[in-house]
Unconditional design. Structure first.
Length: 177
């Protein structure tokens, strides 16, 4: 990556809210999985493998960023879901099965939609503004604030992410109560 592009990317990441960053990670994972499918279809096994590896790295990052202590069952369920997706991608890569990759894309797109909806809530925007103010104060030496944990999207009874107004209501009830 060119120095100017690296600088732009660092600025974009440092000025984006945590919720928006999580959505960007899901977008990138899906993009890599689509690239893997294209590589598979074109016989580019190296390209497919690299794209799957990058998607696995993102899933690992998402999983490791969960706060099990504060997120409780919701974070545990998301961790299990990320593990399932990772294992499924490894099997898809070995079997060269585009249908298995599609299954993971569908799961990630669903979770991404829930995160995107939650990131737009006024409460999430206010928390993001507070976090940004804390970062500016810390970098100026005014005071230190610990990182604000990413609150995972709500899960339904089946462990799948809840969607729509029910998902937002569950998020408000569990995370903001």
């Amino acid at each position: 990556m060119q120095p100017a592009a690296q600088s732009y990317f660092r600025t974009q990441v440092s000025t984006t809210s945590q919720g928006d960053l999580v959505v960007m990670l899901f977008d990138a994972a899906v993009k890599f999985l689509v690239t893997a499918k294209v590589g598979l279809a074109n016989g580019d096994m190296a390209g497919k493998g690299i794209a799957v590896s990058r998607a696995l790295d993102i899933l690992n990052e998402l999983s490791s960023s969960l706060n099990i202590e504060k997120g409780g069952d919701l974070a545990v369920n998301l961790h299990s879901l990320y593990s399932f997706c990772s294992n499924h991608l490894v099997r898809a890569n070995l079997k060269k099965d585009p249908a298995m990759i599609d299954e993971v894309i569908k799961i990630l797109a669903g979770i991404r939609g829930a995160y995107a909806e939650i990131a737009e809530l006024p409460e999430a925007r206010a928390a993001a503004a507070e976090t940004a103010a804390g970062r500016r104060a810390a970098s100026a030496g005014i005071g230190l604030r610990g990182p604000i944990p990413v609150v995972p999207a709500p899960a339904g009874d089946s462990g799948a992410p809840a969607r729509g107004r029910a998902g937002v209501a569950a998020y408000k009830k569990s995370a903001l109560a």
